[in-house]
Design a protein around this ligand. Structure first.
Ligand code: F6P
Length: 326
């Protein structure tokens, strides 16, 4: 394998708090180890359209505390076609980029895997998504911050829910995964979480209504994962209005609010560890792996596993939520 001298760095897909901390860690670890760094703007789009600049240590000063990504991000259609990937490869050659570090979620790592296989490019991925849905890592960069944002929001909704004695369905992001909903419900003391991982097995809403929500209280908060499998908060509220008109129901969709904000210490540290590990992995000759964090240890997860295996939720958390909401 040719010696790696220059590393290209991009963020792709939905932004996540902590991506800047990861950009900083990758850039500085790379420079520390004698590599050159090129920042690629707007994810794969910038690789296709040649938005590539030299990155020095100063480019990443004063960014660790900011949400979003200074490299910008995009979901790039051109890169899904071979011609787009060919153009991306040509631009890599033009800028003497020998390897890539891709920070993003499921879709971004899927693109990385395909690109690496077609053009024999060494790529290391960092899991950057609020959804926490990548297999092989306990946490993804951005998840902890988003979880804290969810908790903060639910705390506030609880005040009005209690005053009006209402039932609130609060919809959270997560794409097809229920991590934000389940852990957000535990952290905020909600009555229940309706998540896609369980929705296919039981009618969670019917179960909830049958149990009379929380008997000792006259207001209730239910977190709903956004997936079509759960029906979403709107769908569930609609059902309750029809089937159980005695409840005064309201819906709040937290939406993109969950993607913003200054990253928590936990996300900044995770991003810093993972960014440094990405450079270590390239130094060791690793390629086509995602950096993961398993039991607080850095692990390398082949792209295929990270993308294709679905990450299970911890059933003991479902049980804890049930037990604590009596
Ligand atoms: O993957 C992160 C995420 O925020 C998901 O939770 C959500 O389904 C999706 O991105 C929204 O994407 P967009 O910002 O493109 O609407």
């Amino acid at each position: 394998m040719a010696k790696i001298k220059t590393i290209g760095l991009l963020t792709s897909g939905g932004d996540a708090p902590g991506m800047n901390a990861a950009i900083r860690a990758v850039t500085r670890s790379a420079i520390y180890n004698g590599f050159k760094v090129k920042g690629i703007y707007r994810g794969y789009k910038g690789l296709v359209t040649d938005e590539i600049v030299d990155f020095k240590t100063q480019n990443v000063s004063n960014i660790i505390q900011h949400g979003g990504t200074i490299l910008k991000t995009a979901r790039c259609k051109e890169f899904t076609a071979f011609e787009g990937r060919q153009q991306a490869y040509d631009n890599m050659r033009k800028h003497d980029i020998d390897a890539l570090v891709v920070i993003g979620g499921d879709g971004s790592l899927t693109g990385a895997r395909e690109f690496a296989a077609e053009f024999d490019v060494p790529i290391v991925g960092l899991p950057g998504t609020i959804d926490n849905d990548l297999y092989g890592t306990d946490h993804t960069i951005g998840y902890d911050t988003a979880l804290n944002t969810v908790m903060w929001c639910v705390d506030r909704i609880r005040d009005t829910a209690g005053s009006h004695e209402r039932l609130f369905f609060i919809e959270v992001m997560g794409r097809n995964a229920g991590f934000l909903a389940l852990n957000g419900a535990i952290a905020s003391g909600a009555e229940a979480a309706i998540i896609p991982e369980i929705s296919t097995e039981v009618d969670q809403l019917a179960e909830l209504i049958q149990n009379g929500f929380r008997k000792s209280k006259n207001s209730s908060i239910v977190l709903v994962a956004e997936s079509p499998i759960t029906g979403g908060a709107m769908g569930l509220a609609e059902r309750v209005r029809k089937e159980f008109p005695q409840y005064d129901v309201r819906v709040t969709i937290l939406g993109h609010l969950q993607r913003g904000g200054s990253p928590t210490a936990r996300d900044r540290i995770l991003a810093s560890r993972m960014g440094a590990a990405a450079i270590d992995a390239l130094l060791e000759g690793q390629r086509n792996v995602m950096i993961g964090d398993a039991n607080d240890e850095i692990v390398l997860v082949p792209f295929g596993r990270a993308i294709h295996k679905s990450k299970p939720i911890d059933p003991s958390l479902v049980e804890i939520l049930r037990r604590l909401s009596i």
